[in-house]
Design a binder for this molecule. Structure first.
Ligand code: NAD
Length: 277
């Protein structure tokens, strides 16, 4: 393969890409970077307001973007969003399911032991991560099945490989996403087309809204004991920056990975490789 061909397989120009959770910490970096690569990006979120920084980045880049409301747990809002997107950009080529996260009430601590976790809190985490990935795959995957082409990228977690302490619902939900990624990859390839690929990223630890004060002290900014444990178990000795994900996203949604489906790729500074000794 020559340089021109090599560059071409990463080309996303004109691709219609939906990023759920696109205004969050990781989703916004992914969405803005994909606009920079020339794609038509749809920022799909139940909170679709764009920050000033996002607005500026989206404005002057190669591709373009729109922001559309949808709740990934409500099918009719996803179906409505699909109609809006189709009218604006045409059919969706790529779906990146970033919406997800934990709920503090489903995290164990001395005041909220495992035995006390409210059923509703546990259920909300299972639903947001698992169903919140399955429903967009149903709504946007149908068009891919009809056109016999498409790419889906899910977001799993380190918690899926081996459960992390304190977050049982989140660990279980992300394990379900990794499992579902494999299932859907096989299903789409066998039932519809080998040109529909489904993969996942498993990010390591990135400081975000949901985990900032689990990993760093609110007053001093120092690492909490849990944050220290993570850094001690990350051979690269740092948390991830959102831009650390972008290269892997571009690889997994472009033709550069066209013979890859059903995998979960860690982007974790070596956390998952390290046995602790
Ligand atoms: P974030 O809270 O900054 O972003 C999540 C986004 O999803 C928000 O914009 C929120 O409005 C949106 N969202 C939540 N519920 C929704 C719903 N029902 N419908 C539509 N949108 C909804 O979180 P983040 O840190 O950017 O994490 C993004 C994803 O990456 C999540 O799936 C998270 O579990 C996963 N992840 C994060 C880390 C990390 O260290 N930050 C590590 C591994 C995996």
């Amino acid at each position: 393969m020559n340089l021109e061909e090599l560059t071409h397989i990463y080309d996303l120009t004109g691709r219609v890409i939906v990023v759920s959770g696109g205004t969050g910490v990781l989703g916004s970096e992914i969405a803005c970077s994909l606009v920079g690569l020339g794609a038509h990006v749809v920022i799909l979120d139940r909170n679709p307001a764009l920050s000033e920084t996002m607005r500026e980045r989206l404005h002057c880049d190669a591709g373009d973007a729109i922001s559309v409301y949808a709740n990934v747990l409500e099918r009719e809002t996803l179906e409505k969003a699909e109609e809006v997107i189709r009218a604006e950009f045409g059919p969706v080529d790529t779906l990146i399911n970033v919406a997800g996260g934990n709920n503090a009430e489903a995290t164990t601590n001395p005041d909220n032991t495992f035995f006390d976790i409210p059923e509703q809190a546990f259920r909300s985490v299972l639903d947001l991560n698992t169903l919140g990935t399955v429903l967009p795959c149903q709504v946007f995957g149908r068009g891919m099945a009809e056109r016999k082409a498409g790419v889906i990228l899910n977001i799993s977690s380190m918690a899926a490989m081996r459960p992390l302490t304190r977050i049982p619902a989140y660990s279980g939900a992300k394990a379900a996403i990794s499992n579902f990624t494999q299932w859907l990859a096989v299903h789409m390839a066998q039932e519809y087309s080998p040109n529909i690929r489904v993969n996942a990223l498993a990010p390591g630890f990135f400081i975000g809204k949901q985990n900032r004060f689990l990993l760093t002290d609110e007053k001093t900014g120092d690492l909490t004991p849990r944050g220290r444990q993570i850094i001690d178990h990350t051979p690269m000795k740092r948390f991830g920056n959102p831009e650390d994900l972008v290269g892997t996203v571009a690889w997994l949604i472009s033709d550069a990975s066209k013979f890859i489906t059903g995998i979960v790729v860690p982007v974790d500074g070596g956390f998952s490789a390290f046995g602790g000794v």
